[in-house]
Design a binder for this molecule. Structure first.
Ligand SMILES: Cc1cc2nc3c(=O)[nH]c(=O)nc-3n(C[C@H](O)[C@H](O)[C@H](O)COP(=O)(O)OP(=O)(O)OC[C@H]3O[C@@H](n4cnc5c(N)ncnc54)[C@H](O)[C@@H]3O)c2cc1C
Length: 488
């Protein structure tokens, strides 16, 4: 198959210098795919798995700019003290997408991790999530689920309400980073034999004619011709998606941008919640601004990690199935939805993260007490704490120089509310890392089938489209469009 692309490419150079239209005819003579998928994150992988189930005879190509799962590398994970800003971030790009090195918390509800239920009924979304979860089990996921005991949940929900917090019911299957990699490898092995997987190539531009997608031009000059295209580039590819869609006049709606910090504290502080629910989703409305603040991606006995979005260092967290730290971490994110005329929420988030990078040379860390006292944290002060940071490359500094007053106030108010539920949360030793920002900002205008409005046969799924925000909904969105395409 790759050889055919190369032949097409050499024909392009020899005989058809600039005419993509003519080139497309030539490509079609050699190979026409039924479906091309951009991005081998959970959304793209699950789309491919479902197509192979329903139409095993179809020709499918999956284009991924990163490495195969077994060769994916992140220097930080291999002991490098600092992120070295790889051209293609090994943590976010490659088979398995952004979730590959995560601890694989599969949230089993449509209320968390995306907007899938806005494109279908809640029951349909629940069924899809269950179906995707079963597929994870089929490929080797553990069968242990946390947070299913209704009585325990109701008790915690009651305590949360007394602290003005809303606890969202969200049972979680926890894979752990090691098992997550095994599951993804099993999926790769299965698809390797059935579809064409192109690694280390980037989708450069979409080929659209008469308001219908015809294929994709790759960065190596090859052209892929396909009847249907599914775009699943994740947050890493959200910028590219926005630019490409602007070119083809595909509508985008501003999504909220979530900016905040990663909180790290001694694991016993959150044990009342984590021992029963593993991950708890808590929502709070800050009294000063009325903004929504929420906990996100909770990692009991986990570690804080740095990631790299297009050269910008941001913070995240995960935990392992077989390795435990004495700390728990979670994000506190403040949702900000912008009104006219502002249209660049991604750039807004990037700007704040860049500011933190500028001051700290990467990630900043500050003790909550220092923040309240209006002073920076220093290596000495961090050392004289009851908690050791798990992200050792973070620079002690002052987050109040970086985070806007509005978000900072909301974060402080939420920490104080959480302290009522889990005493010790607002301790002066609690560590805050910045910046955590979620770039699922621009949301594509899509039909209920997740097809783009304006360009036929072009489907957009997963986090990059602003449709989802987590592994299971991203996976479910892949299954959903695969079924739609196969039915057509
Ligand atoms: C450290 C970390 C921990 C996380 N932990 C959890 C968790 O425990 N539970 C949870 O539910 N969610 C978690 N998430 C979020 C989860 O990983 C994402 O929601 C999910 O991966 C989104 O899936 P996706 O397929 O839409 O995109 P992604 O997983 O981001 O995959 C997109 C893929 O597309 C590729 N790509 C992008 N642009 C192009 C292009 N132009 N050409 C070719 N390829 C391209 C990228 O290289 C990438 O591999 C975590 C994320 C991170 C970063």
């Amino acid at each position: 198959m790759i050889l055919l692309h190369k032949i097409t490419n050499s024909l392009k150079r020899k005989y058809v210098p600039a005419r993509v239209k003519t080139l497309e005819k030539i490509t079609r003579e050699y190979k026409m795919y039924n479906v091309a998928i951009i991005g081998a994150g959970p959304a793209g992988i699950f789309a491919a798995l479902e197509i192979m189930k329903l139409k095993p005879e179809w020709k499918v190509v999956l284009i991924e700019k990163g490495q195969r799962i077994e060769t994916r590398k992140c220097p930080l994970r291999q002991g490098s003290p600092k992120c070295v800003n790889c051209k293609k971030c090994g943590l976010l790009c490659g088979w398995g997408g952004a979730g590959a090195f995560s601890d694989g918390k599969l949230t089993l509800t449509p209320d968390v991790g995306g907007h899938l239920a806005e494109y279908m009924t809640r029951n349909q979304a629940t069924d899809l999530i269950r179906y995707a979860d079963d597929l994870y089990l089929e490929y080797g996921a553990t069968d242990e689920v946390f947070g299913t005991d209704k009585k325990v949940f109701e008790e915690l929900e009651h305590q949360a309400v007394l602290a003005e917090l809303k606890l969202v019911h969200s049972p979680v299957r926890h894979l752990g980073t090691e098992r997550s990699l095994d599951v993804l490898k099993n999926m790769q092995d299965y698809l390797d034999k059935r579809i064409t997987i192109l690694n280390n190539v980037t989708a450069k531009s979409l080929i659209v004619e008469c308001e219908q997608v015809k294929g994709i031009e790759l960065d190596n000059g090859d052209v892929i011709s396909a009847e249907y295209t599914i775009i699943a580039p994740g947050r890493e590819g959200a910028d590219w998606l926005t630019q490409e869609f602007a070119k083809h006049k595909i509508g985008m709606v501003n999504n909220a941008v979530d900016v905040g910090v990663r909180v790290e504290l001694p694991a016993p502080v959150f044990e009342p919640l984590t021992s029963k629910l593993y991950e708890s989703k808590l929502i709070y409305h800050s009294p000063t601004f009325g903004d929504e603040v929420r906990t996100f991606c909770m990692n009991p006995n986990g570690e804080v990690v740095q990631e790299n979005y297009s050269g910008i260092a941001t913070v995240n967290g995960h935990s392992y199935a077989n390795y435990k730290t004495p700390n728990t971490n979670f994000a506190l994110l403040v949702s900000e939805k912008f009104t006219e005329p502002f249209k660049e929420p991604i750039q807004y988030g990037q700007h704040i993260a860049r500011l933190a990078n500028m001051l700290g040379g990467g990630i900043l860390v500050q003790r909550f007490g220092d923040l309240l006292d209006g002073r920076r944290s220093t290596p000495e002060r961090i050392k004289n704490s009851v908690i050791n940071p798990t992200l050792t490359c973070a620079t002690p500094g002052d987050l109040s120089l970086v985070i806007p007053y509005r978000q900072m106030t909301s974060i402080i108010e939420m920490l104080k509310a959480l302290d009522k539920l889990c005493p010790g949360t607002a301790s002066r030793y609690t560590l805050l890392y910045g910046i955590e920002v979620k770039f699922y900002s621009a949301r594509v205008k899509l039909t209920n089938e997740l097809e783009t409005e304006g360009v036929k046969n072009l489907f957009t799924i997963g986090d990059g489209a602003g449709v989802t925000r987590g592994l299971l909904q991203a996976s479910a969105s892949g299954v959903y469009v695969a079924r739609t395409i196969c039915e057509r």
